[in-house]
Design a binder for this molecule. Structure first.
Ligand SMILES: O=C(O)CCC(=O)C(=O)O
Ligand SMILES: [Fe+2]
Length: 301
C-alpha cells in the first residue's frame, strides 16, 4: 500500500465520476487488510490497486480500470455497514488523479529491518533481548507504579548515576527529533522496546548546529524543519528488542519516532499497538563532554 497520486475530491465536486474511489473508515489502522478490501471491491470489477490515501491508516484509494465498476461499488457499498469488513460503514467518494506537480513530496524514508543496512557507526539492535515472559514481568512492574502524564505520553524516572526512564507511547504518538544532551549524559544510551513496535528515524544534519530543539522539552513540529539539510535513515524496532546508541549514532545523529498509527516497512504495513513502552538507560555525566563531534555538542560550544 504505497501512497498514490490520488486526492479526495473537493466538496461540491460530487458529480465528477472516476474509476478511483476514496474510501474512508477502512484500512489497516482499523483492522481491515488490503486483501479484504480487494476481495470486497473486486466483486464490482477488476481492482487495479488499493493504496493508502494518507498516513492515517483508516482511508484508502481503490482504483478500478472502469468507471462503471466504481459506480457499482459506490451504489452498493457507500454509507452501509460492510459485513466482510468487520461491519464498518464505508464513506466513499470519487477520487481524482492529481497532476504530479500537485503531489506533496512523499516524506517517507525506506525503513530497514536490519540495522547493518543503515551503516550508522555505533548503532546496534539486538532482537529478542528479553523473553515474552520477561516482557510481561517488566510491564507488570512498571504498571504497578505511578506514571507521570506528559502532553501525549506517560513517563517514569528512576535512578541518578545510572538514569533509567520508562516512556509509554499510546498509538500514533512518537517523539520529536533530538540528540540526548551531551553535557547531561555520557557514553551509551540503551532503549528496550516492549509491548508494541515502532520505527525510529535517524537524521544527521549537515550544518551540525546545536539547536534549541535538543533541549529537554523543546519539541519541534516536523513540518517546521528544513528537510533538505540532513541525511535520513530508519529502522524498525520490534517489541523485546534492545537498541544501543553509541559513538557517532549517539553523539552526531538525531533520533526520532514519527507520529504514525501505521508504518510502511518494506512491502509490509505495520500497525502500531495501543501502547509501546520503552525503558531508556543513560549514564549521568560527571564533567564536560569531550566527544569527537563538537559541532553537535553543547559542552564544546
Ligand atoms: O522510546 C525510545 O525508544 C527512545 C526514547 C528517547 O529517545 C529518549 O527518551 O530520549
Ligand atoms: Fe533520545
Amino acid at each position: 500500500m504505497g501512497l498514490p497520486r490520488f486526492a479526495r475530491p473537493k466538496e461540491g465536486a460530487a458529480g465528477v465520476r472516476s474509476p478511483n474511489l476514496f474510501v474512508a473508515n477502512c484500512g489497516p489502522a482499523v483492522g481491515v487488510s488490503q486483501d479484504a478490501v480487494e476481495a470486497v471491491f473486486g466483486r464490482f470489477g477488476e481492482v487495479k490497486g488499493v493504496y493508502a490515501a494518507d498516513e492515517s491508516g483508516a482511508r484508502v484509494i481503490v482504483c478500478y480500470g472502469e468507471v462503471s465498476s466504481a459506480e457499482a461499488a459506490m451504489e452498493a457499498l457507500n454509507g452501509r455497514p460492510c459485513a466482510e469488513l468487520n461491519g464498518r460503514s464505508l464513506h466513499i467518494r470519487y477520487s481524482v488523479h492529481q497532476p504530479a506537480s500537485q503531489v506533496k513530496a512523499d516524506n517517507s524514508v525506506p525503513v530497514s529491518f536490519d540495522v547493518s543496512e543503515l551503516n550508522i557507526p555505533g548503532l546496534h539492535l539486538v532482537h529478542d533481548f528479553v523473553s515474552a515472559e520477561e516482557e510481561r514481568e517488566l510491564l507488570a512492574a512498571v504498571d504497578g507504579r505511578p506514571w507521570n502524564g506528559l502532553a501525549k505520553r506517560r513517563v517514569q524516572h528512576y535512578g541518578y548515576e545510572f538514569c533509567y526512564d520508562v516512556n509509554e507511547y499510546p498509538i500514533g504518538v512518537g517523539l520529536s527529533p533530538h540528540i540526548d544532551t551531551h553535557s547531561a549524559f555520557e557514553g551509551f544510551i540503551f532503549s528496550l522496546s516492549l509491548a508494541g513496535p515502532c520505527i525510529m528515524e535517524f537524521r544527521r544534519y549537515s550544518d551540525g548546529i546545536w539547536l534549541d530543539r535538543n533541549l529537554p522539552g523543546a519539541e519541534v513540529k516536523d513540518g517546521s524543519l528544513d528537510h533538505s539539510n540532513y541525511v535520513r535513515k530508519a529502522i524498525y524496532l520490534p517489541p523485546r528488542s534492545m537498541l544501543l546508541l553509541s559513538g557517532e549514532a549517539r553523539y552526531a545523529w538525531h533520533h526520532y519516532i514519527p507520529h504514525h498509527k501505521i508504518d510502511f516497512v518494506g512491502e509490509k504495513v505495520i500497525k502500531r499497538s495501543p501502547r509501546r513502552v520503552s525503558f531508556t538507560f543513560r549514564k549521568v555525566r560527571n564533567g564536560p563532554c569531550q566527544c569527537e563531534f563538537p559541532q553537535y555538542c553543547d559542552s564544546q560550544r
